[in-house]
Design a protein around this ligand. Structure first.
Ligand SMILES: Nc1ncnc2c1ncn2[C@@H]1O[C@H](COP(=O)(O)OP(=O)(O)OP(=O)(O)O)[C@@H](O)[C@H]1O
Ligand SMILES: [Mg+2]
Length: 238
């Protein structure tokens, strides 16, 4: 692998006095779709929050594109090119699809490229073109997830962080959203994908890390992990 775009080394994270992530190291290569999976409360979202600067590491290092993120503020990290698709999509239900998508272009650099990025986003999500004047709240959960991804892409990011995009979706829509994520990855954008839905993530990702109670317990190429006895037993119900 060439130099990874994101390299996390030995990070400890927590809230108040409570440590919840212990010495985690992981990396994402320039064209990789990497899964970070694990059960409820295992610390997945906490790791994403540390990358996007919402919480500060207690120890260890987070390096993105050659820069140490630990000391930077969320808006500085966004300006470096990390876009975070938050859990629960967080759209404005009473605004149109296009208004929601456009909100992603909030940084001056992105505002200048708004039209260009919008065209790119619609070519990636053609289903949204006919819906662009509809209220976001009227869309299906799967389409809302596409809007949330589209909004993040309006930043023109160098990397995407996604938190549980399949949450609350019916199985058929989960598959659809996973295909969409894979197609975004195919454009060359590196993605760190956090999910409880281990099976779906292992199907679309290149590599994955398994987190348990704040510690990494397994990592490797996704096809290998899918056949791993521990993954089969603990996460795939086999
Ligand atoms: N704001 C917070 N303040 C205090 N503790 C928190 C906070 N957010 C998360 N935690 C705790 O940190 C631990 C890890 O939580 P985190 O949200 O990172 O897990 P997760 O893997 O994303 O879980 P889920 O799959 O349920 O989203 C949990 O024990 C949780 O209770
Ligand atoms: Mg979470």
């Amino acid at each position: 692998m060439t130099e990874p775009i994101l390299k996390i080394t030995n990070v400890d994270l927590g809230y108040g006095e409570l440590k919840v992530v212990f010495g985690v190291s992981l990396e994402v290569g320039t064209h990789e779709l990497v899964g970070l999976v694990g059960g409820n409360g295992s610390g997945k979202s906490t790791i994403l929050r540390a990358i996007s600067g919402m919480i500060k590491p207690w120890g260890g290092q987070v390096i993105f594109d050659g820069q140490e993120l630990g000391v930077q503020k969320p808006h500085e990290i966004a300006a470096l090119g990390i876009a975070h698709v938050p859990m629960g999509r967080q759209l404005f239900a009473n605004m149109t699809v296009e208004e929601n998508i456009s909100l992603g272009a909030y940084l001056p650099s992105a505002r200048k490229k708004r039209a260009e990025n919008l065209a790119r986003v619609y070519s990636l999500f053609p289903d949204l073109i006919n819906k662009r004047k509809d209220l976001a709240g009227a869309l299906s959960g799967g389409q809302q997830q596409m809007v949330a991804i589209a909004r993040a892409l309006m930043l023109g990011p160098k990397m995407l962080l996604m938190d549980e995009p399949s949450l609350g979706l019916a199985p058929l829509l989960v598959k659809e959203v996973m295909q969409v994520i894979r197609s975004v990855a195919e454009t060359g954008l590196p993605i760190l994908l956090v999910e409880q839905n281990v099976q779906q993530v292992l199907k679309i990702s290149d590599r994955a890390y398994v987190l348990d109670n704040g510690k990494l317990v397994l990592s490797g190429p996704s096809p290998e992990l899918m056949g791993h006895p521990m993954v089969k037993k603990a996460y795939l119900g086999l």
